[in-house]
Write a protein that binds this ligand. Structure first.
Ligand SMILES: *[C@@H]1O[C@H](CO)[C@@H](O)[C@H](O)[C@H]1NC(C)=O
Ligand SMILES: *[C@@H]1O[C@H](CO)[C@@H](O)[C@H](O)[C@H]1NC(C)=O
Ligand SMILES: *[C@@H]1O[C@H](CO)[C@@H](O)[C@H](O)[C@H]1NC(C)=O
Ligand SMILES: *[C@@H]1O[C@H](CO)[C@@H](O)[C@H](O)[C@H]1NC(C)=O
Ligand SMILES: CC(=O)N[C@@H]1CO[C@H](CO)[C@@H](O)[C@@H]1O
Length: 404
């Protein structure tokens, strides 16, 4: 388990990255201030989902994909509460988005609009102690669903109730945005959209095998592609998914809801999970994880340039008007228009942070980066690790096969 303390490191780094204009392109448009953000809207998979009283247990804050559970009315949304406890996330306690917003960090039940506890349960060992450096809480509206891929267009559902991310953003726009938008400033600059997706996609995309391709190789079941061929095949798949992410989710969030601040997080070192770290052929491999991360970065940059036009920092781009994808024949928008509608995208490199921790675990307080405590999900293990033959849970980097 990546202890709460280290999730906080991630979060604090995210916050710092957001708050430090010096790290962002010097174009005057691609920045936003964390201090201005009052509402965070999240999409993704198990890394980001939080438990809601109106959600499916262990999967969501609200609803699921089954007929009758996908839509919700204003009352259901506004009465939904965040349940924060050891079993309320995939992390064994508060997850990164709860630390980022300072909502649901202590065990208890919270209303997202204040992220202050409406009821408080007794302290559970393993939960971080109170008072997050006096950081003000942000509203947290979290539509992430555990087990989500980006879309059924690319990969099958894990369960019939799994809400893919493309449908999370539609769900938000159709049923949540009309209810929540009066809370936001007109220019929406007080809203941050946070997206962390891809762990399930990269695991689920399989290379074509001898059985499924017309030209079988000698070894039955082995991949028919060379290593370079594998990566080329996967690059195409990853690009298709990341392109769809920006076309089908992020662009509608910008155009239909008017959001302009977007945070993306790249893939953790999935080549170093307990199942992969000692494997001869880890899947995904480091090369695959890097490929995904480059694809995400490429599509994020393309999205930003599509909306904002090329920036001063982009020296490769010959002229603003020629490469602007704006289809209108009018001249490129002037500074006033640009500052009104420009988007700010930030890619947080969790991959580098987490690899650095895995490279030097003792320094960060981790004694085990190779295996998990098999009973980690049993809340009793927190108080009595030895009884389960485990180290204290916070000494494990991995909480289970794929979660920190
Ligand atoms: C809706 O979700 C709940 C659990 O969250 C479940 O018990 C119920 O069966 C679901 N509704 C339908 C129509 O499946
Ligand atoms: C967490 O909350 C859920 C829902 O209220 C509850 O079913 C579960 O037992 C709680 N788990 C712990 C460890 O308190
Ligand atoms: C989920 O999203 C896809 C892609 O937009 C769409 O085809 C599908 O109908 C959606 N499913 C539901 C239940 O809305
Ligand atoms: C939710 O997960 C916990 C383990 O973290 C498990 O004990 C519980 O049975 C799960 N609940 C459901 C409804 O799957
Ligand atoms: C090459 C590459 O991108 N590899 C991984 C994935 O994420 C970021 C880039 O987005 C890199 O810093 C990291 O090393």
């Amino acid at each position: 388990m990546l202890s709460s303390k280290y999730l906080l490191v991630l979060v604090v780094q995210v916050s710092c990255a957001i708050a430090a204009p010096a790290q962002l392109p010097p174009d005057g448009t691609s920045r936003f201030s964390w201090d201005e953000i009052e509402h965070v809207i999240a999409f993704g998979d198990s890394y980001t989902y939080i438990q809601g009283t109106a959600g499916r247990q262990n999967y969501s804050f609200i609803g699921d994909y089954l007929p009758g559970n996908f839509t919700f009315n204003p009352e259901k949304l506004l009465n939904d509460k965040i349940v924060a406890n050891y079993s309320g996330t995939s992390a064994g306690g508060p997850n990164w988005i709860e630390f980022l917003t300072n909502g649901g960090v202590e065990p208890g039940t919270y209303t997202p609009s204040s992220c202050r506890a409406s009821t408080s349960t007794s302290r559970i060992p393993g939960h971080r102690s109170s008072n997050q450096n006096g950081r003000q809480p942000r509203e947290l509206w979290d539509f992430a669903f555990a087990g989500a891929n980006y879309a059924e267009e690319f990969l099958p559902l894990h369960h019939d109730y799994t809400v893919p991310m493309v449908n999370q953003t539609r769900q938000y726009l159709s049923y949540a945005h009309p209810v929540l938008s009066p809370r936001f400033r007109k220019d929406k600059k007080d809203v941050l959209v946070a997206v962390w997706i891809g762990i399930n996609d990269i695991n689920d995309i399989k290379l074509p095998t001898a059985d499924t391709t017309p030209t079988p190789t000698a070894a039955a079941g082995s991949t028919t592609l060379s290593r370079g061929g594998d990566l080329a095949y996967l690059a195409e798949k990853y690009d298709a998914i990341n392109a769809a992410l920006f076309e089908q989710s992020i662009t509608p969030l910008y155009k239909e809801a008017g959001f302009t601040n977007f945070l993306f997080i790249n893939l953790p070192p999935y080549d170093r999970t307990p199942g992969n770290v000692l494997a001869l052929n880890p899947y995904p491999s480091k090369a695959m994880v890097d490929l995904w991360n480059r694809s995400l970065e490429k599509h994020m940059t393309a999205f930003q340039q599509r909306i904002n036009g090329p920036q001063h920092g982009d020296t490769n781009i010959p002229s603003r008007s020629s490469s602007s994808s704006s289809s209108s024949s009018s001249p490129p928008p002037g500074p006033a228009t640009r500052s009104r509608r420009a988007v700010s995208t930030l890619l947080y490199d969790a991959n580098t942070l987490l690899n650095a921790i895995l490279d030097n675990p003792l320094k960060h307080g981790f004694w085990n980066t190779l295996t998990t405590c098999p009973d980690a999900k049993n809340p009793e293990v927190v108080a009595h690790p030895w009884k389960f033959g485990c180290l204290p849970v916070e000494r494990y980097f991995w909480f289970d096969a794929g979660h920190m």
